[in-house]
Design a protein around this ligand. Structure first.
Ligand code: DGL
Length: 275
């Protein structure tokens, strides 16, 4: 009816976010920036990290357990802030859960759409590079041969221990990236949510050893925009006022006394990538 005020519904329950460990904190930073009125519950499955060298069935079971834990805490939507868990479990989670599920995926599309004909290096866990979901995504690119997958076993363990720079990180990057030295690399995709924390080290390595544009991409900003769209479409957005108290609560399957300080520190580290 004309002139009748439309009542907008809000939902102030938190959004659940999970990863195998701290990686999803890089996603959480973008979610908090994009959605200033939302509160978040983060679950890091630190006791079971890394997921990336495990078989698909194990990653699926761990992802389902993480999702259940967050649903029991009363979340209104779920963000799978882990490329590996997305590849192994997103279909099953969407079929099983009755809350919206948003995920992060390797940002190969923006990397392939950006200017330049040089190669795109896709850095991710071995599981992500092997699983069918990622293979299908890559095959949808106009020129899939441009994308070189680099399985980076070992990097997640270093970041889980709280390291984001220094000799060990540099040696690990050298180990994975030396075969591409001197090549024209226009894009580097951080296809694991742990890697944005070492973006400055990746950039420095690329500037010293590769040719080309050497742009860095991650999927976090896209995930944040997608969550915003989904919450609006489903009528689940929080009321437009700054939430009281902490915006993000942290839970871990590891030892909170050890893990929480690392989580807090990582949340404060500036993470950068091309938007
Ligand atoms: N952060 C995760 C990802 O985005 C997984 C890391 C791991 O546990 O191996 O793939």
């Amino acid at each position: 009816m004309l002139n009748e005020k439309v009542k907008i519904e809000y939902d102030d329950r938190p959004v659940g976010v999970f990863d195998s460990g701290f990686g999803g904190a890089s996603t959480l930073r973008d979610l908090m920036r994009e959605l200033p009125f939302e509160r978040f519950i983060y679950f890091g499955d630190n006791a079971n990290a890394p997921y990336g060298d495990r078989p698909e069935e194990e990653i699926l079971a761990l992802s389902e357990a993480a999702a259940d834990l967050l649903l029991h805490k009363g979340v209104k939507a779920l963000v799978v802030a882990c490329n590996t868990a997305t590849s192994a479990s997103i279909k099953a989670l969407r079929m099983k859960l009755d809350v919206p599920v948003v995920s992060v995926e390797p940002a190969i599309k923006p990397a392939c759409m950006a200017e330049g004909r040089g190669k795109v290096l896709m850095l991710a866990t071995v599981a992500t590079t092997r699983l069918a979901r990622y293979r299908a995504l890559k095959n949808r690119m106009p020129d899939p041969e441009r994308v070189i997958d680099v399985g980076c076993s070992g990097l997640v363990e270093l970041i889980e221990s709280g390291l984001t720079e220094g000799e060990k990180i540099e040696a690990a990057l050298h180990d994975k990236l030396a075969p591409f030295e001197g090549m024209r690399i226009d894009g580097i995709v951080l296809g694991c949510t742990h890697y944005p924390f070492i973006a400055p080290a990746v950039k420095a390595y690329a500037l010293a050893h590769f040719e080309g544009e050497r742009r860095i991409f991650d999927g976090n900003a896209g995930t944040a925009r997608q969550l915003k769209r989904v919450l609006i479409n489903e009528g689940l957005s929080a009321s437009p006022k700054a939430p009281e108290g902490e915006r993000a609560a942290f839970f871990t399957s590891g030892d909170p006394a050890v893990e929480e300080p690392i989580f807090r520190r990582l949340l404060e580290i500036p993470v950068y990538a091309e938007r």
